[in-house]
Design a protein around this ligand. Structure first.
Ligand SMILES: [Zn+2]
Length: 410
């Protein structure tokens, strides 16, 4: 096995220029969700399909989620399957093709959709999130294709749509409509990580975004007696949000930070001028709650405080969830996917992998909620969603070896 891995490893080292070229191709085709005024992923997905055909990959299975909001009418999801000597389990690597918008172009050095190479580092929207993992998965697979090696277990490479806006047309669609996965499968999601390639994410906090709408009565600021200041009333609740830290104060060392978090965040503009008392106010709260607590407990306490303010200040307060996801059961620390990753990390990067939980929001939770063992891992700098997003070519090559190690070992 180790000789075989040696050969695979050397093969992957020879792909450096191919890595750059595939990154260049993928970066040049923006794949934005309709929520971001985009046309979806079809062009990028088709370009990837053509590329992989030229590389000798088998034809993919295609699972197109219907979405009338995009011109093509579909959000494409691709599966590339490679048969192993033992088909009792499949080792999956899942990456997403969609990106987030580049944001303020003035903050970019160059065109976000034109790959910039500086030594070992590449820049462009999507190069890390999630083309880093996607390209690593491709070249792990390509090594098996080029060497005509048969993997130990079946391999499944999943290139999905719609990760950035909630996965409804991506992996969520596939999980809800098809039986593609088995409990004994290993699921790797290279969509988060650290620059040493140490951290294996196996658990998430519950996540809850709340919108707080306060209604008072607008009036001239010189006559506060004629109105009700919605902003002032809402501020009382905003100021109380931090009290939740003391109430839901359990610590869990698996997570960083180890505590639940409760933060008032976005504030919608109210009146445009200083001398008007605002009759309406809207702000938002971001809660990341350890799996030990139920989101209901947090929400009902906030509602109770809102009722008190309503009575005191004679306003109406409405609290509604904008996003709400109860934590999924964690992937066990001693699961095969975690153990295989740790062995591969030790072999390729010579570091000890450690498990952790995060503040919520990766697609792995969708798998975990259905009882599948998914681990989120990659070696990246975490520049996702930022201007001048970047990643390092040696990390892509190294991560490809990690996947190949798991493919060859099972
Ligand atoms: Zn991502």
């Amino acid at each position: 096995m180790s000789d075989r891995f040696q050969i695979i490893s050397q093969k992957i080292d020879s792909y450096r220029n191919d890595v750059i070229e595939l990154q260049r191709l993928l970066t040049s085709i923006p794949a934005l969700a309709p929520e971001s005024d985009g046309e979806g992923e079809i062009k990028k997905s088709n370009a990837l399909k053509d590329y992989l055909k030229r590389q000798g990959f088998p034809d993919p299975e295609e699972y197109n989620a219907p979405d009338p909001r995009v011109p093509s009418g579909i959000r494409p999801n691709l599966i590339y399957k490679f048969k192993g000597t033992d088909s009792s389990r499949t080792i999956w690597v899942m990456a997403h093709t969609d990106i987030v918008p580049p944001g303020d172009l003035a903050k970019w050095k160059g065109d976000p959709y034109q790959l910039r190479v500086e030594g070992d580092r590449i820049y462009g929207r999507g190069v890390e999130d999630n083309q880093h993992g996607l390209v690593a998965a491709v070249f792990a697979g390509k090594a098996f294709v080029d060497l005509k090696f048969v993997p130990k277990y079946d391999i499944g490479l999943l290139f999905v749509a719609d990760e950035e806006v909630g996965s409804r047309y991506g992996i969520g669609y596939m999980l809800d409509n098809f039986h593609l996965f088995r409990k004994e499968d290993l699921i790797l999601v290279p969509d988060s990580g650290d620059p040493e390639g140490k951290t294996i994410e196996i658990a998430e906090k519950s996540i809850c975004w709340l919108k707080v709408e306060t209604t008072g009565k607008q009036c001239h600021a010189s006559r506060p007696d004629q109105g009700i200041n919605a902003f002032a009333a809402a501020s009382k609740l905003a100021a109380k949000v931090h009290a939740l830290y003391n109430i839901f104060d359990h610590k869990d060392k698996l997570f960083n930070p180890s505590i639940s978090s409760f933060e008032p965040t976005k504030k919608e503009p109210n009146v445009p001028n200083v001398n008007t008392i605002p009759g309406d106010d809207v702000f938002y709260i971001d809660c990341r709650v350890l799996p030990k607590y139920k989101l209901d407990e947090v929400e009902s306490l906030l509602s109770k405080w809102a009722r008190e303010i309503e009575i005191n200040d004679n306003v109406k307060m409405k609290i509604s969830p904008v996003q709400r996801a109860e934590a999924a059961p964690p992937t066990p620390e001693n699961s095969i996917v975690v153990e295989s990753l740790k062995r591969a990390i030790r072999k390729v990067y010579n570091v000890q992998g450690t498990v952790c939980g995060i503040g919520g929001g990766t697609v792995a939770a969708l798998f975990r909620r259905q009882g599948f063992h998914a681990a989120v891992w990659s070696r990246i700098h975490e520049s996702a969603h930022q201007p001048n997003e970047f990643t390092d070519i040696p990390f892509i090559i190294g991560d490809a070896k990690i996947f190949a190690h798991i493919f060859s070992e099972g």
